[in-house]
Design a protein around this ligand. Structure first.
Ligand code: MN
Length: 291
């Protein structure tokens, strides 16, 4: 194939850090290798690789904090997360499900292990993505898309070789569940050993794959578990062969070509807008939420 996407780099999971006491994450980007615009519109990828949490009565998690200017996408592979926000919304993200939260103009929220999960303890594995919004949508009203597994688009591989769950975008004519502000693709490719899958994305889309489970040969290069494969913007095709039963999180999207000013949980275009966000939180404009 001449129009194959070249692999730029395969990144091993960086040393994990805790977010609150409930999320032990490897941050794949933004960092020195994949800077703040390299995977745009995806700004941040925090990956909680598999970890066993001991039972605890008081759920672990991260306390009240604000967001403005982007969307948080939480993908649950193992375990359950409960959330509450200053708009009075709450819910539980269960195994196999996705929460697509548009923070946009801003809210306060908290994210905790679901009570019953916490009480029993167990295996926990999650992804949180931050998806940037273009300037014209940064101050849109907040909203949620609770995307249960059954709501996702499904493309079944021939010969019972697995499924591509389309969370957002489109694959082989099958549409994803999430509505997005800019063109992007988010899939879970759940492949059985030996499955072959070919995907096609425009060369100017920023594209990467996180190996969530198992391992695969991607464009003839070995991609081990918990690694992130970053593609150059030079071709269209990705060819995957699952070396074992494998789950891949596939990300591809049209870059947002705007300046970025990020400070903590605020992702804006200018420092004046970041300052405004900080002031608005202090002034109570993001609402109120008990810890
Ligand atoms: Mn948050």
């Amino acid at each position: 194939m001449s129009n194959i996407k070249t692999i730029e780099t395969i990144i091993a999971p960086p040393p994990p850090h805790m977010v609150g006491d409930g999320f032990r994450v490897h941050n794949f980007f933004p960092n020195n290798v994949i800077d703040k615009k390299r995977m745009s519109p995806f700004f941040l990828l925090d990956y909680n690789s598999k970890v066993e949490f001991s039972p605890r009565e008081e759920p672990r998690g991260v306390g009240v904090h604000p967001h403005r200017g982007f969307e948080t996408v939480t993908i649950a592979y193992h375990g359950q997360v409960a959330h509450h926000d200053s708009g009075g919304n709450s819910g539980v993200i269960r195994e196999g499900d996705v929460q697509w939260m548009t923070a946009a103009s801003g809210l306060l929220h908290k994210e905790y292990h679901e009570k019953e999960f916490s009480r029993k303890g167990g295996l926990f594995q999650m992804v949180q993505l931050w998806v940037n919004l273009p300037a014209k949508y940064k101050m849109s009203p907040p909203k949620y898309q609770e995307i249960t597994n059954s709501m996702m688009g499904r493309y079944d591989l021939p010969g019972d070789k697995g499924v591509v769950e389309i969370i957002a975008g489109e694959f082989n004519g099958v549409k994803g569940a999430a509505s997005t502000f800019t063109p992007l693709q988010v899939y879970n490719a759940k492949l059985k050993k030996g499955a072959v899958l070919e995907m096609d994305f425009p060369s100017f889309y920023n594209t990467g794959i996180l190996v969530v489970e198992g391992s695969a040969s991607i464009n003839n290069t070995a991609a081990p578990a918990d690694h992130f494969v970053l593609f150059k913007n030079d071709g269209e095709k990705i060819q995957i062969t699952a070396s074992e039963d494998t789950i891949l999180l596939v990300l591809s999207g049209e870059p947002i070509d705007e300046p970025i000013a990020q400070y903590g949980p605020f992702l804006m275009n200018t420092w004046a807008e970041v300052e405004q966000a900080i002031n608005d939180v202090s002034a109570g404009k993001f609402g109120v939420l008990e810890d």
